[in-house]
Write a protein that binds this ligand. Structure first.
Ligand SMILES: [Zn+2]
Length: 58
């Protein structure tokens, strides 16, 4: 039973078409964490800004 690479490709296209907007403006998301796009620091969903580098979403 081979894995189907088609599903991953379709998922990538799906994300591309939606512009990869998965959370509040600016934040990257990694599972249930917010990830700072600047330094890559992980924060809880309640975070309003990055406590590592001081970055904030606009
Ligand atoms: Zn940061």
């Amino acid at each position: 039973m081979a894995t189907a690479p088609d599903q991953d490709e379709m998922f990538d296209q799906f994300l591309s078409q939606r512009g990869h907007e998965t959370g509040p403006a600016g934040w990257e998301t990694d599972y249930n964490k917010k990830q700072c796009p600047d330094c890559g620091g992980l924060h809880d969903q309640e975070a309003s800004g990055c406590t590592v580098c001081g970055w904030e979403p606009r």
